[in-house]
Design a binder for this molecule. Structure first.
Ligand code: C5P
Length: 403
C-alpha cells in the first residue's frame, strides 16, 4: 500500500480528458491516498466542482484570492502540504505557465510554489502536442525536474482525430504516482534487466501480418516489478495496447528479428526475462505491395521461414546474463515441454503456463504458473499477473543474492 495516507494534490486543468480525472480520484483513494483537488477555471467547463469534491470527499480549491481559503490553508501551504503534485489533465496552457514561471491563478501558483515532486499527465489535441512551442515547454519542464506520463497515442475523446495527445489511463497514472512515491527496499539496485513482452507482428504484405493473442500484460507487469525492485530495465515490447510501464526504458518493435536486435543491443545485463510470444515463423518474403485477390479465385501461398529464437540466443550468448528466465506457453504437457526447454534454450528457469483457450490466460488478467528449474518444480496457485510478477522478481532477487 504505497499510497496509504499519501497526500496527492491533484490539479485538474481544462481539457475534455478531465472526465477521466474523476476516475483517477477514485483509483487513488481506493489505494488509500488523500486527494486534495485543485481545479482551474477552465476545468469547470468540463467537470463540476461538485463531482470532483464528492469523489475526493474534500473541498475543491479553485480560487487564488479566496479569503476563506487563504485564512484556512493559504496557497503556499496547499502547495507544500502534500507528497506529490499531480496535474491531470495538464493542458498546453498549464504547461506553458509553469515552464515560464507564470502564477496567475491557484493551479499555476501551486505549481510554482511547491517543493514537492510534480507529475504531469498532458492531454491535448495531437496537433497542439506536436506544436514546437508546446514541445519546448515540455522539454523545459523535464529539464526542471517535472515528470511526465503520456500523452498516449489514440483516438481523441472528441472523436475523429487520432494521434499522440490522449491522457494516460487513470490506472497507469496511479502506477506512475506509486513508482514516484515508492520508498520500498531495492534489492535489484544496480542490476540491469532485459524483458521481452507482447506478441510479434510478422508482415505478409504492407497491410497484413501474422500475430497471436498475447496482450503483454504479464511481461509488462514483470518489467514494472523489476523496476520497482530497483533494476535498470529495458523492456522490448511487441505491439500492445498497454502504456509504457513507469521507470522502464521501452523499445517498441514489431517483428521477431527487430526484437532480437533490440535485445542483443541491450546486453550486457544481469537478468533476462523473455516473456514475449515471439512468432515461431515469418513469411519468407513479405510482399512489397498489398497482395491482390486474383480474378480466377486462386489463393496465394505463403511459404514460412523460422524466426530467430531470442531466448535461445541470449541463453547461449557470450554475454549471457547471470539469470535467464523463459516462459513456456503450452496447451498440453505443460511441465514436460517446459523442462525440455530449460536445456535447449540455455535458461535457468522456465515459467510454464497452460494457455488453452478455456484457461483464459492468454490476453487475460490472471495466471497459473509452474516454475521449472534445475532443482525441480514449484507450482504457484492461481493469482493475478501482477502477483506472479512480484513473486517472480522476489525469486530473481533471491537467486542473484546467492553467491
Ligand atoms: O519455444 P517456445 O516458443 O515455446 O519458447 C517460449 C520461450 O522462448 C519464451 O520465453 C519466449 O519469449 C521465448 N522465445 C523467443 N524467441 C522465439 C520463440 C520463443 O525468445 N523465437
Amino acid at each position: 500500500m504505497i499510497l496509504k495516507d499519501k497526500r496527492i494534490l491533484l490539479i485538474v486543468a481544462g481539457g475534455i480528458a478531465a472526465y477521466k480525472s474523476l476516475d483517477l480520484i477514485r483509483r487513488l483513494r481506493e489505494r488509500g491516498a488523500v486527494v486534495i483537488p485543485v481545479m482551474t477555471k477552465a476545468a469547470g467547463e468540463f467537470v463540476t466542482e461538485l463531482a470532483v469534491g464528492a469523489l475526493a470527499a474534500r473541498k475543491v480549491h479553485t480560487d487564488l484570492f479566496s479569503r476563506e481559503d487563504e485564512v484556512d490553508v493559504g496557497h503556499i501551504r496547499l502547495a507544500r502540504d502534500c507528497d506529490l503534485v499531480l496535474a491531470a489533465p495538464a493542458t498546453a496552457d498549464l504547461m506553458a505557465k509553469m515552464a515560464n514561471g507564470l502564477a496567475n491563478d491557484l493551479a499555476s501558483t501551486v505549481l510554482i510554489a511547491t517543493d514537492r515532486p510534480v507529475l504531469m499527465a498532458p492531454a491535448m489535441n495531437p496537433r497542439m502536442w506536436a506544436n514546437p512551442a508546446v514541445a519546448r515547454n515540455a522539454a523545459q519542464l523535464r529539464a526542471d525536474g517535472v515528470r511526465f506520463i503520456g500523452p498516449m497515442r489514440g483516438e481523441m475523446a472528441e472523436g475523429g482525430e487520432a494521434g499522440l495527445g490522449r491522457m494516460a489511463e487513470p490506472l497507469d497514472i496511479v502506477a506512475e504516482v506509486e513508482a514516484l512515491l515508492d520508498r520500498s527496499p531495492k534489492p535489484l539496485a544496480g542490476k540491469r534487466a532485459i524483458v521481452t513482452s507482447g506478441p510479434t507482428h510478422e508482415p505478409i504484405d504492407p497491410v497484413r501480418y501474422i500475430a497471436n493473442r498475447s496482450s503483454g500484460t504479464q511481461g509488462h507487469a514483470i518489467a514494472s516489478a523489476l523496476a520497482r525492485a530497483g533494476a535498470d530495465v529495458v523492456l522490448v515490447s511487441g505491439p500492445v495496447a498497454l502504456a509504457d510501464p513507469a521507470g522502464v526504458k521501452v523499445v517498441h518493435v514489431e517483428r521477431a528479428e527487430e526484437m532480437r536486435d533490440a535485445v542483443l543491443a541491450a546486453l550486457p545485463a544481469d537478468i533476462a526475462v523473455m516473456v514475449a510470444a515471439v512468432a515461431d515463423w515469418r513469411v519468407a518474403t513479405a510482399a512489397g505491395e498489398k497482395i491482390k485477390k486474383s480474378a480466377d479465385g486462386s489463393v496465394p501461398s505463403l511459404p514460412l521461414t523460422e524466426n530467430p529464437d531470442i531466448l535461445r540466443t541470449v541463453g547461449h550468448h557470450q554475454q549471457r546474463p547471470r539469470l535467464v528466465v523463459g516462459f513456456a506457453a503450452e496447451t498440453s504437457d505443460v511441465e514436460t515441454n517446459a523442462r525440455a526447454k530449460l536445456d535447449r534454450k540455455g535458461a535457468d528457469l522456465i515459467v510454464a503456463n497452460d494457455v488453452s483457450p478455456e484457461t483464459g490466460i492468454m490476453g487475460g488478467k490472471r495466471n497459473t504458473v509452474a516454475l521449472i528449474g534445475r532443482d525441480g518444480v514449484e507450482r504457484w496457485p492461481d493469482m493475478s499477473k501482477e502477483e506472479v510478477a512480484g513473486r517472480l522478481v522476489a525469486l530473481i532477487a533471491g537467486r542473484l543474492a546467492e553467491v
